[in-house]
Design a protein around this ligand. Sequence first.
Ligand code: AMP
Length: 184
Amino acid sequence: MGEAVIFLGPPGAGKGTQASRLAVELGFKKLSTGDILRDHVARGTPLGQQVKPIMDRGDLVPDELILALIREELAERVIFDGFPRTLAQAEALDQLLGETGTRLLGVVLVEVPEEELIARMLKRAELEGRSDDNEETIRHRLRVYREKTEPLVQYYEKTGALRRVDGLGTPDEVYARIRASLGI
Ligand code: AMP
């Protein structure tokens, strides 16, 4: 039987870093839809050309495209980073986990105050030069998060899968909280 963990939270919360570490230490595959899409953009594939303007604006890529990627990349033991981001994606994932007999170990919500998120993303823009990390796009991505993705907090609260984790502190501190919240 497969196992899955979901990382939920606003852009800039540190999900990617934490998800990578957990994946390495537990021997899970990290499946980051943002990383996969950025790779397509960098390689100039047809999908990459299609999604680049959407990502540059800070909008969400259509659910069908995301779900096709997820079906391709799904593994026996998987950590989802940046997916699901809409209710439609969450429902489709529930179905997929059911079909493949995969148990959801928990949904980690990494919580960070808004001003801190903006500061972190502006710093990341300087360091990594991500084309969607300028201030206007950052604010737009946060709005998109509140509108489209935040409803998932309630969705997973209802099923009892949600694990709230304080995302402030050193990466080690946050990591320890995440492991404790999942009991693994
Ligand atoms: P991230 O690296 O997770 O912040 O994702 C960067 C960008 O990729 C987002 O702003 C979206 O444009 C797109 N993206 C990543 N994951 C998803 C998803 N699950 N659904 C829709 N769009 C996504």
